[in-house]
Design a protein around this ligand. Structure first.
Ligand code: ADP
Ligand code: MG
Length: 296
């Protein structure tokens, strides 16, 4: 499109709360046949709270020490679950100190790692537990701990802590999914979280998505976005995290979550929801469809 048409399209989109990176994006929005939503931070607020925290094993470590180590490592992470763990420690008057953490690492779709006071610590989901436990232990753990999202702490090669956390759906998410359905668009959920957490979010929404895919690594999200393109046609991916960047790039239109999301997602995406309002997604599709009719 011409620079002027392009600029007008960007302005129109901006007025409804979507920052688009060019006029072509608006035209692509009008062609979308399927939308893949990330769960954590996209469908949900990404505002977790810790529901329970248990020490596990022979209690060689003290709760206060473990929480201090966890919070000091997690404060270096921008994942929504990290903030919940830091707040949990602070609520017990434990102040994290990231300066004592060495060799910090992020494992997308799994969790994080750091060394502090000579301890080697992993914090993450079932993939983290699988570093030290048999499939049977993992199964038993999952059944024992009530909660939708479950996290594990491995200290020096042994399971030391288990916690559960939860998060609420964004207002507008259910309506956005129903509205997309009324536009004849397929919706699916792609999450790195557990299948229990995916099902819970779906239940809380009360709006049915065509498919739920869980325990995904970043490359799994890309594969599923490619599959949607092949099955349904032009596909949008909406996501907030570093783990979503490859899928955002693979989609025909990648949409990031504004200031509540990661900088990496914002850079890779074709459009950004300025106030993280997913209801803008179907509205953007409508705007795109109108723009196509005007151009044709
Ligand atoms: P989603 O696709 O739902 O946004 P992610 O791929 O970001 O999820 O993360 C997948 C899972 O990895 C999370 O549900 C969580 O269990 C675990 N995880 C990721 N980062 C962290 C972290 N900093 N601390 C604890 N757990 C984490
Ligand atoms: Mg996310």
């Amino acid at each position: 499109s011409t620079p002027v048409a392009s600029f007008c399209a960007m302005l129109r989109a901006a007025r409804m709360g979507i920052f688009i990176k060019g006029g072509d994006v608006l035209e692509s929005l009008g062609e979308i046949r399927a939308v893949a939503f990330d769960k954590t931070g996209t469908i949900t607020r990404g505002d977790f709270s810790i529901d329970s925290f248990h020490l596990v094993g022979d209690h060689k470590v003290e709760m206060d020490h473990l929480l201090y180590w966890i919070a000091s490592i997690e404060i270096k992470s921008s994942h929504p679950m990290a903030a919940a763990l830091v707040e949990y420690a602070q609520s017990k008057s434990i102040q994290p100190n990231p300066e004592n953490v060495a060799n910090f690492r992020i494992y997308p779709g799994e969790g994080i790692y750091g060394e502090i006071h000579g301890k080697h610590i992993y914090i993450g989901n079932r993939r983290t537990l699988a570093r030290v436990s048999s499939p049977q232990t993992i199964q038993e753990m999952g059944e024992m701990i009530k909660g939708v999202s479950i996290g594990y702490v491995i200290c020096d090669g042994e399971l030391a802590g288990v916690f559960s956390l939860s998060d609420d759906c964004r207002t507008g998410a259910a309506e956005a999914i129903r509205d997309l359905g009324s536009l004849g668009i397929k919706t699916v959920m792609l999450t790195g979280d557990s299948s229990a957490a995916a099902t819970h979010a779906q239940g809380q929404l009360g709006a049915v998505m065509e498919e739920l895919h869980s325990e995904l690594l970043p490359e799994d999200k890309v594969r599923l976005v490619d599959g949607l393109k092949a099955r349904f046609g032009p596909t949008m991916m909406v996501g907030d995290g570093m783990n979503d960047t490859a899928a955002l790039a693979a989609a025909d239109v990648g949409v990031s979550m504004g200031i509540s999301g990661s900088a990496a997602a914002m850079e890779t995406s074709h459009a950004t929801l300025m106030s993280s309002d997913v209801l803008r997604v179907p509205e953007a599709v409508r705007l795109g469809r109108r723009a196509r009719r005007t151009i044709a």
